[in-house]
Design a protein around this ligand. Sequence first.
Ligand code: NI
Length: 253
Amino acid sequence: MLFDTHAHMDDRAFDDDRGELLSHLPEAGIGLLMNPGCSLDSSRAACALARKYDYIYAAVGSHPDAAAEVNPQVLEEYRALVRENPKVKAIGEIGLDYHYEDVPREIQKEAFRAQMALAAELDLPVIVHEREAHCDGMAIVREFPTVTGVFHCYSGSPDMAKELVSLGWYIGFTGVLTFKNARKALEVAASLPLDRIVLETDCPYMSPEPFRGKRNDPGKLYRMAQALAALRGLSEEDVQRLTLENGRRLYRI
Ligand code: NI
């Protein structure tokens, strides 16, 4: 049984076959699934999916691309979604993305800090999206010593991962683990303590080999488990068990 710790099932890429796909995932080996929000609208959709399907859990938050929407009223909406639904287990995804910079860095940082503070207030873990913003991301993490969670689709250095682990964080790996040229991600995944690694599809993006370029979905998570098993010299069963336990510990499920 696998835990997809980061899947955007509310994405419009699934509009044509979402119900069909979600009703068959448990028999395809997906025992648990975390659907993070990317915006207020997407957070509401994630909560609705968590109500409908036993194995789905939700997180609420505004992604760096939606950082401009974050204001006291939106934060109050997130508080209400957490209060109303015990299956909301995290704040996310939140963070910094300096790759495209559609949203100015200062606005991203402000939204990230406000949502880290919300997680501290509600005593929830966070799901962090951090791309090409390693220094600023770590600086904000250090400002909130009581908040931990997961750095999803990890793209930092082995040293940064080591620091995160020492602070109590988890590291999430996607289909990148199956890419031949993924030297950096493999180096990190090879060096981390086994109780700090979680697996995710980040679907509909980041399809693993041999599905690269196609729409990703949680049914392809077994490929990440196979890649991690080969890398760490473990059986696939052990990887499934370990990463499932890690995901449950991370999200307190
Ligand atoms: Ni994501």
